[in-house]
Design a binder for this molecule. Structure first.
Ligand SMILES: *[C@@H]1O[C@H](CO)[C@@H](O)[C@H](O)[C@H]1NC(C)=O
Ligand SMILES: *[C@@H]1O[C@H](CO)[C@@H](O)[C@H](O)[C@H]1NC(C)=O
Ligand SMILES: *[C@@H]1O[C@H](CO)[C@@H](O)[C@H](O)[C@H]1NC(C)=O
Ligand SMILES: *[C@@H]1O[C@H](CO)[C@@H](O)[C@H](O)[C@H]1NC(C)=O
Ligand SMILES: *[C@@H]1O[C@H](CO)[C@@H](O)[C@H](O)[C@H]1NC(C)=O
Ligand SMILES: *[C@@H]1O[C@H](CO)[C@@H](O)[C@H](O)[C@H]1NC(C)=O
Length: 269
């Protein structure tokens, strides 16, 4: 009885401020995982006007990866109660066809109105799902104690600074010590887990990372930025689908996962 009154209250408060509850978003990511494991997108509460994108291309969901049953070894999600958005990173290393899938979902009135996934497999940027799995599992993404949480703007600024610094050497990135980056199958912390191995050099060319789409979760210190990464894919220099997924602690970057899709084998490099 008390619980249902509480959920009613949360429901009303949610409507009033157009926010989503964490629980509601958790149910959505749970359903997403179940749908992908079963290969049944109809397990998801989809809005009639759902827009579904894979690798930045609009698709019919019934023709997409969600109709393919996938063995999932590991998954990690963020819950953005302000934007009513979720982020899920799926590692499917022992699936017959290994994948790493980064998915952002938007919720409108309890239904999923948008799904966009960057789906990498063999031939994508330094792809190795076995290695990705072993490193992501070792990382600690426990909730941040309430009195130590960063604001949404601090979290977002840290990720933006990282992306901006690739072409602007004047941008200061708040790297933590330690900081490690999982990029395809490569882990920069492999040799030394206690140091900052995230620092990126400045690319010797001029580009801007555009079309940034965010999911921000202060409770997990989490940030995902979907973006178009120019230059890296020689056959798609205008920008290829990419995600950067951050853990931020005390304003400093602790982990970065990059998942980048290539049109040519290893982006033609
Ligand atoms: C997905 O992650 C959740 C939370 O860690 C876990 O409980 C669940 O078992 C995972 N599902 C799969 C299919 O691995
Ligand atoms: C992928 O990573 C695993 C674990 O690090 C390694 O054993 C394997 O050789 C790698 N595969 C390729 C094709 O490099
Ligand atoms: C480079 O970064 C600095 C420091 O944030 C900023 O003042 C400057 O406008 C940036 N330059 C460009 C070309 O964006
Ligand atoms: C790791 O890096 C730290 C900081 O640079 C250094 O003090 C430490 O000796 C290194 N550890 C190893 C095993 O190389
Ligand atoms: C890079 O391009 C931007 C926009 O075209 C321009 O404002 C900036 O000055 C350029 N920076 C360099 C270092 O060439
Ligand atoms: C995009 O996603 C699909 C999954 O449907 C995958 O098979 C494909 O290789 C990916 N890459 C590109 C460049 O489209």
């Amino acid at each position: 009885m008390q619980l249902s009154v509480l959920s009613l209250f949360i429901g009303l408060a949610t409507q009033a401020s157009a926010l989503c509850s964490r629980t509601e978003l958790q149910e959505i990511t749970d359903a997403y995982i179940k749908a992908q494991v079963a290969g049944q997108p109809n397990l998801l509460p989809l809005a009639d006007s759902i827009s579904y994108f894979e690798n930045d291309t609009l698709k019919d969901i019934a023709m997409g990866i969600l109709v393919e049953p996938v063995t999932i070894d590991f998954n990690r999600s963020l819950y953005d109660t302000t934007q009513c958005a979720t982020y899920t990173e799926v590692t499917a290393a022992t699936n017959d066809h290994p994948y790493v899938i980064s998915t952002r979902m938007l919720l409108t009135e309890g239904k999923i109105s948008k799904i966009e996934s960057a789906i990498s497999d063999d031939g994508d940027w330094i792809f190795n799902a076995t290695s990705f799995l072993s490193w992501t599992k070792r990382e600690n993404w426990d909730p941040i104690p309430e009195n130590k949480r960063d604001s949404r703007s601090v979290i977002k600024a840290a990720g933006d600074a990282y992306l901006d610094s690739w072409t602007n050497g004047s941008v200061k990135v708040p790297y933590g010590t330690p900081c490690a980056r999982l990029e395809g199958g490569i882990y920069t912390g492999e040799r030394n887990l206690t140091t900052n191995s995230c620092t990126m050099p400045v690319f010797p060319i001029n580009f801007t990372i555009t079309n940034r789409r965010y999911v921000i979760d202060p409770e997990l210190g989490g940030l995902a930025i979907f973006n178009d990464f120019p230059f890296i894919d020689t056959t798609k220099p205008e920008g290829t689908p990419s995600t950067n997924f951050f853990r931020i602690e005390g304003g400093k970057i602790r982990y970065i996962h990059e998942n980048t899709v290539c049109t040519a084998y290893n982006c033609g490099r």
